[in-house]
Design a protein around this ligand. Structure first.
Ligand SMILES: [Zn+2]
Length: 88
């Protein structure tokens, strides 16, 4: 079991969190024709980088999305911040 930090609620059990995706992954525009290959790539392809990664997670009890930085090798949590921080 691992403890994840919610920027709004503090440290909580990992079972309270849901992975929402890699930070910065742009959704294809739906106003233009998007091929099945492009759509599948958006939905299922991950960069799967080694080392420090920035991911979007949801803390289910408070329903807030936030950015968590983790080390994909050691699984250590390196930090967490709200989505608003760094977006301004
Ligand atoms: Zn929370």
């Amino acid at each position: 079991m691992q403890i994840f930090p919610c920027p709004f609620c503090g440290p909580r059990n990992e079972t309270e969190f849901h992975f929402a995706g890699e930070l910065g992954k742009a959704r294809p525009t739906t106003t233009e024709a998007v091929s099945a290959k492009e759509w599948a790539s958006y939905l299922y392809a991950q960069r799967n980088e080694k080392g420090a990664v920035h991911e979007v997670w949801m803390h289910l009890p408070c329903s807030e999305l936030f950015v968590m930085e983790r080390d994909s090798v050691t699984m250590d949590v390196l930090g967490a911040r709200s989505l608003r921080e760094g977006a301004e």
